[in-house]
Design a protein around this ligand. Structure first.
Ligand SMILES: Cc1ncc(COP(=O)(O)O)c(C=O)c1O
Length: 428
């Protein structure tokens, strides 16, 4: 079946899920998608109807929704539905559970993800988070002592720590380099050239982040993959340099097939932009590098290819097996429409911030080099002071290296303006 027709099928089943799930006893019942269509007759998404699915605290502007998903109603209902089955008959897990529209389990979860992100279901391993996925991958890469992993300070602590812990165990090194001196002025060509310059014959992994949560910069993964491909010419499989991508802030924020970026491995939590159940994530492995990765844990997912990489044991199956509902919701919204909405909102953020005195935006203005996270500083104020000031105005921001505004599809232009006004007040 072609990618397009698989997508169509999933989108139709998304509608079916939204229509047939029984409302949970505690779910909000007004303005839910069952009464209010998410897609209007003219094909546009009714973003307010989507927003009505979430139980976000009223009276607050939340611009940190990329941190951990608030469950939309469709996901809450699916989790409730599955929990009831697990509680009634724990023996029904992990093979006998069903969503209202049919059986669910690992095969359905992996097939729905493959239809959404490209690639084959068998090349997807399941994890409970990005961090666990990163640990599985760095521990699992077959290395020789003396080989190195290349990362930067801008990669998440989970990524850097996974690489360090694995390197310490296996006699490898982590070399921390830089792809740019200033994220705001970085270019795709400059980043790709920087990667090309630092790869050495003993480089086993180039670890990058699709969208950096520390800078908001979106890495030009395809261009980097091409540089890595050239560096691999003439190398044996054991010497091959693998491109490992922490994809968590690109998946469901950028309109690209994560499995088609040219990376060897993509790891992503599905509990952030995808609005998947909390405690869910994936590892996609290119078929031609599967042999370069060894499992670390027993897997409870049967099958070959990437399945054995999935950390096993009994898990929160009511969450794991509800993931196809979140994917279906995104299929219904449309990946391109979601990405466009996120870009529109983050562009509004960047333009507004650049008009506020004393504010420096660190994320590139170019939508091709950014996504839904905008990082900035305010002269004379620490990042925590900026977050605290915004919180006093009931605006939730977050910090890592810089202060961050995250724009999810369910945020609104008015919310962004509220945040910008609060920041303008801070600087006077
Ligand atoms: C870039 C990046 N990678 C990894 C993580 C860890 O994600 P998880 O909570 O899924 O382990 C985060 C956390 O937000 C992140 O920003």
């Amino acid at each position: 079946m072609s990618m397009t027709s698989r997508r169509g099928l999933l989108a139709r089943s998304a509608g079916a899920v939204a229509l047939t799930l029984a409302p949970s006893s505690c779910a909000a019942t007004v303005n839910t998608p069952r009464e209010r269509a998410l897609i209007a007759a003219d094909g546009r998404v009714d973003w307010d109807a989507l927003r009505a699915q979430f139980r976000l605290e009223r009276g607050w502007v939340n611009l940190a929704l990329f941190y951990l998903a608030s469950h939309p109603e469709a996901v809450r209902d699916a989790v409730d539905h599955l929990r009831a089955q697990a509680d009634a008959n724990p023996l029904s897990v992990p093979t006998g559970m069903a969503l209202p529209d049919g059986p669910t389990g690992w095969p359905r979860v992996r097939e729905s993800l493959a239809a959404y992100m490209g690639g084959r279901a068998e090349d997807i391993a399941m994890t409970a988070s990005t961090s666990i996925g990163l640990g599985v991958v760095y521990n699992g890469v077959v290395t020789r002592p003396g080989q190195e992993f290349l990362l930067t300070e801008h990669d998440h602590v989970s990524h850097r720590t996974a690489a360090r812990l694995a390197a310490e165990k296996h006699g490898n090194k982590v070399r921390q380099v830089s792809w740019f001196s200033d994220p705001a002025t970085a270019t795709a060509d400059g980043i790709a050239a920087a990667v090309g310059e630092v790869i050495r014959p003993n480089t086993r992994v180039v670890g990058i982040t699709w969208v950096q949560s520390s800078t908001g910069l979106r890495m030009p993964v395809r261009a980097v993959a091409e540089v890595v491909r050239r560096a691999n010419e003439g190398r044996s499989p054991a010497d091959r340099c693998l491109l490992v991508v922490d994809g968590v802030h690109g998946l469901a924020a950028v309109d690209e097939d994560a499995a088609g970026l040219g990376a060897d491995v993509v790891i992503a939590g599905t509990h952030k932009w995808l609005f998947g159940p909390r405690g869910t994530g994936l590892i996609w492995v290119a078929p031609d590098v599967l042999e370069q990765l060894r499992p670390t844990f027993v897997s409870f997912i049967s099958g070959a290819a990437a399945a054995p990489l999935s950390p096993g044991g009994f898990l929160a199956f009511e969450h794991a097996f509800a993931l196809p509902v979140a994917v279906a919701l995104h299929e219904q919204l449309g990946r391109a429409r979601v990405a466009t909405r996120i870009t529109q909102l983050s562009t509004r953020v960047k333009q507004g911030l650049s008009r506020i005195r004393g504010v420096t935006v660190h994320t590139p203005a170019d939508p091709e080099l950014s996504a839904g996270i905008t990082c900035f500083s305010v002269a004379g104020h620490t990042h925590q002071q900026v977050v605290d000031h915004a919180a006093a105005d009931n605006v939730r921001l977050s910090t890592s290296t810089f202060t961050r505004i995250g724009t999810a599809v369910i945020n609104t232009p008015a919310e962004i303006d509220t945040a910008l006004n609060s920041l303008a007040d801070l600087t006077g």
